[in-house]
Design a protein around this ligand. Sequence first.
Ligand SMILES: [Zn+2]
Length: 390
Amino acid sequence: MAQIEREALIEAIAEMVRAPSVNPSLVPGADGERAVAEWIAERLRQTPGVEVELQESGGGRPNVIASAGSGPGQTLMINGHIDTVGVAGMEEPYSGRVEGNRLYGRGALDMKGAMGGALVLLEAIARDESFPGRVIVTFVTDEEHSSIGTQAICKEIERLHPDAAIVVESSGLNATIAHKGFAWAEIVTHGLAAHGSAWEVGIDAIAHMGRVLGALEAHGRELLTRKPHPIVGPPSLHMSLISGGQELSSYPDICRLEIERRTIPGETEEQVRGELRAILDQLAGEDAQFQAELTMGLFRSPWAVERDAKIVRLLAVTYREDTGREIEYDGSAGWMDTALLAEVGVQAVVFGPDGDGAHAVVEWVDIDSVERYTRILGKVAYAFCGGSGA
Ligand SMILES: [Zn+2]
């Protein structure tokens, strides 16, 4: 493969940063990913050998699925998102300005830097007729909200049939091999509305929720004492939102609480539901007037991959060859699209460039790290698709 020029990377990333793609589910009225998706598709169509399709992910928000290489070997998927968070308070969200080793703008680090690298790499692979297999780059929507982009990719996974994936979220050139999951749940306590003076009739739903809060706080402390995952630490829980009551002079008939439980690899939705259920059952057993219901909301799985998985080993070997150092393994407290790919049977690792200011008012990507990331990604693609077992 021909060497990838630094200037080509800078130009591609800056163009992507200049195409706003604020997630409209996060910021109502924002334009979404269409402009940057169309720019990517238009550019890739100009390179012979790249196959490009726009895939509707919902609400007129397209993923770009692009592939190159027709060798008989394996297929590697490179997955990353093209949406960004909002730009409130930013002085120059769409400048793409380069100063020294930094390229600035919303999404530069999270994650147009990585996707610009993947785009230029795919063009280089398309120009190499001897590429041993196939690379698919999925530029997906909505990772910053509810991942409708990668969900749409997962629905097509049989057709795309990747043998492994690299999710190129910024990892500071570390290999991220685990992340936490989360579960949302709503608990509603039911009381009995009555005149504020009618103590013999009214049942106070808010006071009953107080018992729930106390029990959940104790449960949260207990979670922190459980055996932690070696990379992502212990599970945890917090109360997120609460509301209840109707007016000052009445007994409240309802109180509503929303909570978030962060899970670690090995924990399941059934387990989380069972633990919460047991807390409410215990409180109901202590007081016949206590009435509460539990509704589970969004569940996103925790994720982990073994260090001896082929794609992880190849990344580690390639990193050592390129840098002369051992790669560092880490985990992410936040959830990533990796878990969705794992659920449809695609083994993955997270590897991306370095920088600072994701979701902050000054965001930049480290250009040296983008160069190194792109070079290592290319070498891993050749080795993996060529069938090297490392
Ligand atoms: Zn991201």
